[in-house]
Design a binder for this molecule. Structure first.
Ligand code: C2E
Ligand code: CA
Ligand code: CA
Ligand code: CA
Length: 279
């Protein structure tokens, strides 16, 4: 019995320690990564369905760690949130993205909106609004060219604390997008109370549109809801011609996905803008 008990605890201890060590290491590498400038932003174009022009870009973080190689944000954002490192990382992201978007105008390329993913941990900080306003001031970006993306699930979890902050940001002209819409639990009533400008249809709804086109996909219904509420609707994760046709018929306002372009480096983004490509 003693042997068996010991064995059990060994298994538990080892896997626990392993997970624990991996987390501690990842945290350590994240902190180091921030100091050493290992993060980069990539930019994925958003295209107007109406005229095929690029209207803006979503900034997406990339991490090339000397110890770990390329690490997907899907694996490190959660740990950055748990360790609160998302606060300095998110601040870096916001300043970098605003500076990049502001440089388009200085270079005479025109106006493009920049969409930045914001973690609720960041938004709950007392100085969040000051930080955003400082990013705009320091970079000279017009407030209406900045869009903050917040996931539907997270906003619902902290609804009362977040709504006044979002309302203030809106009053300054900053746009607010509800990300991954359709996967959370917001009622249509609470949606009406949210000071938002944009709905981003989660890509699972676009995935459902197969080669035959799927008349049962809820994407169309989501567009109608957005329309009724006076919101812009973005379809994300559009990968195929079929899906492209579907979201056009559904009258989405904007399209984002591999069918148009993968997220691009700063250099490639500038090249794309210079090419004045119309989709
Ligand atoms: P998200 O905000 O929903 O971003 C969209 C994700 O879908 C991105 O993955 C993008 O590269 C990917 N994507 C774009 N087009 C397509 C497509 O046609 N098909 C498919 N299958 N995928 C497509 P990525 O860059 O790996 O980011 C994953 C998630 O990590 C993001 O999901 C977002 O939640 C988070 N994230 C990324 N950058 C940041 C950041 O700077 N701050 C915060 N807080 N979170 C971020
Ligand atoms: Ca997003
Ligand atoms: Ca999304
Ligand atoms: Ca997502």
């Amino acid at each position: 019995a003693k042997e068996a008990g010991k064995g059990k605890y060994m298994v538990f201890d080892q896997s626990f320690l392993q997970v624990f060590n991996e987390r501690v290491n990842l945290e350590k590498y994240l902190r180091q990564g921030l100091q050493n400038g290992e993060f980069q932003l990539f930019y994925q174009p958003q295209v107007s369905v109406r005229n095929g022009h690029i209207t803006g870009f979503e900034a997406l973080i990339r991490w090339n760690s000397p110890e770990l190689g390329f690490v997907s944000p899907l694996s490190f954002i959660k740990i950055a949130e748990d360790s609160r490192l998302i606060i300095p990382i998110g601040e870096w992201v916001l300043f970098r993205a605003c500076a990049f978007a502001s440089s388009f105008q200085e270079e005479g390329y025109g106006k493009f909106k920049i969409s930045v993913n914001i973690s609720v941990i960041q938004m709950l900080q007392d100085d969040f609004i000051d930080m955003v306003m400082r990013a705009l001031e320091d970079t000279g970006l017009e407030p209406d060219l900045l869009e903050l993306e917040i996931t539907e699930t997270l906003i619902m979890e902290s609804f009362d604390a977040l709504i006044p902050k979002l309302a203030f940001l809106r009053s300054k002209g900053i746009q607010i997008a509800l990300d991954d819409f359709g996967t959370g639990y917001s009622s249509l009533g609470s949606l009406q109370d949210m000071p938002i400008t944009t709905l981003k249809i989660d890509k699972t709804f676009i995935e459902q549109v197969s080669d035959e086109g799927d008349p049962r996909s809820l994407a169309k219904a989501i567009v109608l809801i957005g329309r009724k509420m006076g919101l812009k609707v973005v379809a994300e994760g559009v990968e195929t011609e079929q899906q492209m046709k579907y979201v056009k018929r559904a009258k989405c306002d904007m399209i984002q996905g591999y069918y148009i372009s993968k997220p691009l480096s700063e250099e490639d983004t500038i090249q794309l803008i210079r090419s004045k490509k119309v989709y």
